[in-house]
Design a protein around this ligand. Structure first.
Ligand code: M6R
Length: 607
């Protein structure tokens, strides 16, 4: 989950590389660097920290050259220092890498014994030395690279420059994504189309095992078997325009406020405008006959899947298995013939989710993905793609991607329910009406922003914050805790309210904030009892409920946020919003880097 970029042009490469890196910063921001070929020699500039720091370095020490590579890093091997920043170089090559070389220690020991001197703690540097040794043995650049790659285990997307070659970049991919861009007498390499969009709209995606030689005249691709291969050129939908924050202080707040609109857009895309029925892409399988749906995803997307499980089981009466993607494939769970595997991901690039997808493909499952980024690896590897229309989500903290995932999953549930004859016409009409009012109700929830900002002053002083809920409210409790810890760095945990007494209630002490997710649904009374249990132990209860819930129990809580009264089916979509706003305001008070919190990256492309 680093970003890489390469440029072979006719003007200065450095400004284009830096601009591309800014667009890739969502992949990691521990350090950044670029290398160019100037007068036949490799020159590098690197810096720890964000790209702004690299720009400062370049201002003092500019880099010449029309060909270059760049990298923004999310550290895996070695601390995020300038020395460990890419590009890594020998006197013959400079290299940028996204992925992990799993056998790097063995290779490093072998190369060290053969006399190579290592400057960094990274796994990537072994690749630079392997290629260099092949060049020293007389191999040309492409062959030297191909032979080095044969020694590697793990995942990589690579961009490589060669001393004396000011018209060549070699790229290669295995496991990590890589795209090539076609310009006019210039060529580009990038981790995704977003990075390349301002340079060209003509993009081709490399396939697994591809190695590409880029010159100013074009690209020659060799596939995993070493044969020359053609890769189709697409016109990317990505806009070259930079996405701005508007009048908002952070992308996260802007994205929270966009929710009523993007929820509405996503909802409309799943509705037939005349019949009002749910409209899905053409399916190569019968929804009515699926023996089982298996869902895998990570982080917030996984919590969207948890909610979908409640809906699909209860409303569509279909058996659902769900797991965190990084665990799922190691269980080697038996999968029924003709089952559907559904992957949920904002980016469509998350390595763990992609690995689960490929595992399910091998198990003969139908593959569906619910994605926000249409031009992503998961989209290319799925039988059907359901889209969320959230627009670019820049803040690392997922907000509008989550609520639009829920909207899409609600529609998918109703389509399954109808296909399986699991729902009456009246019930379907009731749930469809509930779904249709979500955008306007979401806008109402935003009116609580000021109240949540006040509450944030108290929460910001806490050492631990607990979130509890039942049913779909349990998933919102998990999501609320993740939001808070991710951007405020306060320890937070989400629990199934009924599970508290089996251990977690020991964390509750005088004044510990407990956020109770309690729409007045069939589980309300039970959640209420759990709330009383924490009140009895001195907790500061923040009660999120609707008018009926507040009338029943509002006077028992220290803080009450009254949300609109909606059908319990769609309640989790609305209850996600206050927990996002609360986390945001706490993080503002604590002065953290909200859009790029420490140790994280927007897209996690390593396992
Ligand atoms: O791009 P994805 O939806 O696959 O990403 C999955 C998680 O990495 C992501 O949701 C993460 O948990 C968020 N940063 C949480 O806010």
């Amino acid at each position: 989950m680093c970003g890489i970029i390469g440029v072979i042009g006719n003007g200065p490469a450095a400004p284009l590389l830096v601009d591309g890196l800014k667009r890739l910063e969502y992949r990691g921001y521990d350090s950044a660097g670029i290398a160019t070929i100037a007068n036949g020699k490799i020159a590098r500039r690197r810096s720890e920290g964000k790209i702004a720091r690299l720009e400062a370095v370049l201002e003092n020490e500019p880099l010449e050259g029309n060909v270059g590579i760049g990298h923004t890093r999310w550290a895996t091997h070695g601390a995020p220092t300038t020395v460990n920043a890419h590009p890594h170089a020998t006197d013959r090559v400079a290299i940028v890498h996204n992925g992990i070389i799993e056998n790097f220690q063995r290779l490093r020991d072998e190369l060290t014994a053969a006399g190579c001197r290592f400057e960094t703690d990274t796994d990537t540097e072994v690749v630079a030395h392997l290629i260099t040794r092949n060049l020293e043995d007389g191999m040309p650049p492409r062959e030297a690279t191909a032979a080095a790659l044969e020694r590697l285990e793990g995942a990589f997307a690579l961009g490589i420059l060669f001393t004396g070659e000011d018209g060549l970049i070699i790229g290669a991919r295995r496991g990590s994504p890589l795209a090539i861009g076609y310009g006019d007498g210039e060529m580009f390499l990038g981790s995704d189309a977003l990075a390349l969009a301002p340079l060209t709209r003509r993009i081709a995606y490399l396939e697994e095992g591809d190695l590409v030689a880029l010159t100013r005249d074009g690209a020659v691709v060799h596939d995993a078997a070493g044969r020359v291969a053609m890769r189709e050129i697409h016109l990317t939908e990505q806009s070259g325009a930079a996405v701005g924050k508007g009048n908002y202080g952070h992308f996260m707040l802007k994205e929270i406020y966009e929710q009523p609109t993007v929820i509405g857009d996503t909802l409309s895309s799943f509705y037939h405008p005349v019949s009002g029925d749910v409209r899905l892409p053409e399916l190569p399988f019968d929804l009515g006959r699926l023996p089982k749906i298996t869902i895998a995803a990570c982080g917030t997307a996984y919590y969207a899947g948890l909610i979908a499980r409640y809906w699909l089981e209860k409303i569509a009466r279909v058996p659902v298995d769900i797991d965190i993607a990084s665990e799922f494939r190691y269980r080697d769970a038996p999968m029924p013939e003709g089952g559907l595997a559904l992957f949920i991901s904002q980016s469509g690039e998350t390595a763990d989710t992609l690995a689960a997808l490929r595992f399910c493909r091998k198990q003969g499952q139908h593959i569906a993905s619910l994605l926000n980024v249409a031009e992503s690896t998961m989209a290319r590897e799925s039988d059907i793609v359901l889209r969320t229309l959230a627009g670019p989500e820049i803040g690392v903290c997922s907000t509008k991607a989550f609520t639009t995932q829920l909207v899409a999953l609600a529609c998918f549930t109703l389509a399954c329910a109808r296909a399986r004859d699991a729902i009456s016409h009246d019930e379907e009409a009731r749930l469809s009406a509930a779904r249709a009012e979500v955008p306007s109700r979401a806008a109402e929830v935003l009116n609580h922003d000021e109240r949540l900002q006040e509450l944030a002053r108290e929460i910001a002083r806490a050492e631990t914050v607990i979130y509890i809920g039942r049913g779909t409210g349990f998933a919102i409790a998990l999501e609320g805790a993740l939001k808070l810890k991710e951007i405020s760095y306060i320890h937070a945990e989400g629990f199934a309210a009924g599970e508290l007494k089996h251990g977690p209630i020991a964390l509750v002490d005088e004044g510990v904030p407990v956020v109770v997710i309690a729409p007045s649904d069939s589980l309300f009374e039970k959640t209420a009892s759990n709330m009383e249990e924490v009140i009895a132990r001195g907790a500061h209860v923040v009660f999120l409920s609707d008018a009926a819930g507040v009338a029943a129990l509002g006077d028992r809580a220290a803080t009450v946020i009254e949300l609109p009264t909606v059908d319990p089916f769609v309640a989790p979509i609305l209850y996600a919003i206050p927990v996002q706003l609360l986390a945001y305001h706490v993080a503002v008070i604590r002065g953290t880097d909200i859009d790029q919190p420490r140790n994280l990256a927007k897209s996690v492309t390593v396992e």
